[in-house]
Design a protein around this ligand. Structure first.
Ligand code: ARG
Length: 456
């Protein structure tokens, strides 16, 4: 029998229940549902809609339910329609008539909007902590590699020298922005919809700011139709998590590439790698492939909710129940991805020698060679052309710029002297890129310090 039996008999076909019931997924919001109800009942008592005794009885009853669910003494009845009806029915079972007054001046429409906001705010805090951990891991590893020269790429072609420290700190910057976006999303999430009722507010003299204060919200919604039908905060979180996953996916792709024998820039710890059931030699970066793959799920979750919302007339429509599975899936996926990348990165072994070899073979100091000629008075465009010819010569002779003799250099231009060698040394090339944000070791140390500060 349904809580809402009355207008209909309340005896429903089991196939209706199968599509209608949400307790299978919304039970994870039991804590928020109970805390929201405690605040609502406290306020109802304060403004005199129910007596102080009834209010106290309800609050005590709800606290008991919460601690019994937490301890496992009370099992959530998965045949109920949703978590809201389960909590209310259990309360009435336990305390009698007063329990039936909890839902005064409230609808499940504003109740569920409140619960999701509370749940998301909590998850945002948790995800922010995980993102900070990963950003700190990037800082820690980067710090050890501010002088580890490696090729930087454009078009996946070796381009100019950078360091591993600089490379990793690029990802730390992305995470800093992700963390900032989450904080911004949380600010809008903590706007109280309770008091919107089903859609048109209520005739009872509710003290909504008081409820907002009790629950630590930033303010109250200013339109009851919007209060029950706004899911912008949920879309924002899904968009923010999609962007976060994009960053994790790009980082994962780097690790996949760097684990290959073609690169061999990194080896993952055995306990963060997998093997093949047939190929005995294999050690696979499954973690990063999965993070890359799971990114698609989160994009899908965003599309699910955008699509569910796009043509809904005001105010509440049951389509909106679809918000939760999309949100929970995205949150769980981001949680898992952040949690696993942190220890994987911290236990990985990077191979500076291989990075250096790749850097040396790629003519990534060609720009620096041209810049050397510019310092000797050659116009850049001419220096560029000469260096291009030098590179072609090296490729034909199977040599690198570092090992050409001075005689060979002078066949191309008389400006070359012995000081060309330190000028094209890869660490010099990196160190001379010495402006804010550039890869010089001192600059990367600055970025690490600033990032750590921002993470505090
Ligand atoms: N399970 C519903 C949801 O998640 C709760 C609100 C139900 N409201 C209603 N009028 N049936 O959206």
């Amino acid at each position: 029998m349904k809580l809402w039996a009355g207008r209909t008999g309340g005896d429903v076909d089991e196939r209706l229940s199968a599509i209608n019931n949400s307790i299978g997924f919304d039970s994870r919001m039991y804590k928020q549902d109970i805390q929201g109800s405690i605040a609502h009942a406290t306020m109802l008592g304060k403004v005199g809609v129910i007596t102080p005794e009834e209010s106290a009885q309800i609050v005590e009853g709800l606290k008991g339910i919460l601690s019994d669910i937490d301890s496992g003494t009370l099992e959530i009845d998965m045949t109920c329609e949703d978590i809201h009806t389960f909590v209310e029915a259990t309360l009435t079972q336990r305390i009698g008539t007063a329990g039936k007054k909890l839902h005064t001046a409230r609808s499940r429409n504003d109740q569920v909007a409140l619960d999701i906001r509370m749940y998301l705010a909590e998850r945002i805090d948790h995800l922010t902590g995980l993102a900070k951990d990963l950003a700190n891991a990037l800082c820690d590893v980067a710090e050890q590699h501010v002088e580890t020269v490696m090729p930087g790429y454009t078009h996946l072609q070796r381009a100019q020298p950078v360091t591993l420290g600089h490379y990793l700190m690029a990802y730390a910057q992305m995470l800093l922005r992700d963390i900032d976006r989450l904080a911004d999303c949380k600010r809008r999430t903590l706007i109280l919809p309770l008091g919107s009722g089903a859609l048109a507010g209520t005739t009872y003299p509710l003290d909504r700011p008081y409820v907002a204060e009790l629950l630590g919200f930033n303010g109250i919604s200013m339109n009851s139709l919007d209060g029950v039908s706004d899911r912008d905060f949920a879309l924002e979180l899904l968009a923010d998590l999609s962007i976060l996953m994009t960053h994790l996916s790009r980082f994962s792709e780097e690790i996949c590439l760097w684990c290959s024998w073609e690169f061999k820039f990194v080896t993952l710890a055995d306990n963060f790698s997998t093997g093949s059931s047939i190929m005995p030699q294999k050690k696979n970066p499954d973690i990063t492939e999965l993070v890359r793959g799971k990114t698609g799920r989160v994009y899908g979750d965003l599309m699910t909710l955008l699509t569910a919302m796009k043509a809904l007339p005001l105010a509440y429509n049951k389509d909106m129940q679809e918000d939760k599975e999309a949100l929970f899936d995205a949150i769980d996926t981001a949680d898992l991805s952040l949690s696993v990348l942190d220890p994987m990165l911290r236990t990985a072994t990077f191979h500076p020698d291989n990075m250096k070899k790749a850097a040396a073979a790629g003519f990534i100091n060609a720009t620096d060679c041209a810049d050397y000629m510019v310092r000797k008075g050659v116009p850049f465009r001419d220096a560029y052309a000469v260096t291009g010819k030098l590179v072609r010569y090296c490729i034909e002779q199977n040599k690198t710029l570092e090992i050409l003799t001075l005689d060979e250099y002078r066949q191309f231009s008389p400006v070359f002297d012995n000081d060309v060698y330190p000028a094209i040394d890869l660490l010099t090339c990196v160190s001379q890129r010495n402006i804010p944000g550039a890869p010089a070791p001192a600059r990367v140390r600055e970025t690490i310090a600033a990032t750590r500060k921002a993470l505090q």
